[in-house]
Ligand binder design. Structure first.
Ligand code: NAD
Length: 358
């Protein structure tokens, strides 16, 4: 069986701590090259992970190295251009989120992948999570009846606060990045993954902490001027047919005990407590004379092992079996459209119609 050759683009925090230590759990892939604009990061990755080849930019990587899959783990503003180059070069692609900065760019990437006959898998990974798949199955089986309302809170204190970082986190506060693109995107993928595409969006947003201080890592103590972007968001979605969604996100929450996702239906509720805890399910089914909190059947949970780097196993499956990827870029395009309209709605106070679907 073929071993799929991967090139890493962007040797940053998530590549170092989340993906590289876990990629070899998928026996069928091999990281043959890495690339970053910072030579010291390329050197570190080659030494730490035994990667044989390193490049200072994607152009040299694509011109000089033989491989199958690009993993784009670079900073957000770089994604679109890197992804476009990878797809144009005929490489299969997994991209960190968001894959582009607006829906036109996302549509262009989808078309480029189609034209070049390659698979394109778009982060975040929620649609591969066993608990999300279990909740989708419960809904599809009618366990909580028709969906009425969905709510997600995904927030933390900012990348400079909650993580030890080797790279300077200031870029998260520059145009082309920000709390919505880095974090709100998770909530939007979960909510649309359960409820489907939204029809309209309204948002309130604020810049609540315009000056921030890095709290750990190599840039500990550095002051960041964070006043250019919003960092605190309330987002309302209308899915039609009476189904509403509510999202709280931003970089203004130091600690948080709210459920990451709540799904409310005519016959009950599904609550994701967060932190890997099992789903909580409430049922109100007069016919079955059931009313109260249940324990979902653990047998019903998809059995296969799941971890962040599972996205690559999914991509390899899609390539080999000529099937769709589990993280479709069409959903990413819809979420990117929502995020663009969120920014506009927060500025002009108007509800925005959404045109894309998936
Ligand atoms: N850190 C996390 O916990 C985390 C979690 C989920 C998702 N992400 C996502 O992962 C991506 C990277 O985040 P990070 O935290 O690793 O950031 P980071 O700042 O630690 O690393 C980004 C790296 O990309 C490199 N880079 C930038 N432009 C490049 C280009 N044109 N070509 C090659 N390399 C380039 C930078 O030099 C840097 O080393 C972002 O999309 C972020 O939203 C991060």
């Amino acid at each position: 069986m073929k071993t799929w050759k991967i090139a890493i683009v962007g040797c940053g925090d998530i590549a170092e701590h989340t993906y590289l230590p876990n990629l070899d759990r998928n026996q069928r892939v091999e990281v043959v090259a890495c690339c970053d604009l910072k030579p010291e990061r390329v050197r570190l990755f080659m030494e730490k992970f035994g990667i044989p080849r390193g490049y200072p930019n994607i152009d040299e990587l694509l011109a000089q190295c033989e491989f199958d899959i690009v993993m784009d783990l670079a900073s957000i503003p770089a994604h679109y251009e890197l992804n476009k180059k990878a797809l144009e070069a005929g490489k299969h692609l997994y991209s960190q989120k968001p894959v582009a900065l607006n829906e036109e760019q996302a549509a262009d990437l989808i078309e480029t992948a189609r034209r070049n006959g390659v698979k394109f898998s778009a982060s975040p990974i929620h649609m591969l999570r066993p608990d999300i798949r279990q909740a989708r199955q419960l809904l599809a089986d009618g366990a909580i009846g028709r969906l009425l309302f969905i709510r997600s809170m995904v927030a933390h204190g900012g990348p400079e606060y909650f993580q030890y970082r080797a790279n300077d986190p200031s870029w998260f506060y520059e145009p082309g990045a920000g709390a919505l693109y880095d974090l709100g995107v998770h909530a939007l993928h979960m909510v649309t993954g359960i409820a489907g595409p939204a029809k309209t969006v309204f948002s309130r947003a604020a810049t609540a902490q315009p000056v921030r201080t890095v709290r750990s890592g190599a840039f500990d103590g550095k002051e960041i001027q964070a006043g250019k972007l919003f960092d605190n968001y309330l987002i309302s979605l209308d899915f039609g047919n009476g189904v509403l969604g509510d999202i709280v996100t931003g970089f203004c929450v130091k600690g948080n005990a709210a459920p990451e996702l709540e799904i409310y239906g005519e016959l009950g509720s599904i609550v994701f407590p967060g932190g890997g805890a099992p789903l909580k399910v409430y049922l109100d089914d007069p016919e079955k004379k059931i009313r109260g909190w249940m324990k979902p059947d653990p047998q019903a949970r998809p059995a296969e092992e799941f971890f962040q780097a599972s996205c690559i196993g999914d991509l390899v499956r899609a390539i080999e079996q000529e099937e769709p990827v589990g993280l479709p870029p069409e959903q990413a395009r819809h979420v990117i459209e929502i995020m663009c309209r969120v920014e506009e709605s927060a500025r002009d106070g108007e509800t925005k119609e959404l045109k894309t679907a998936f």
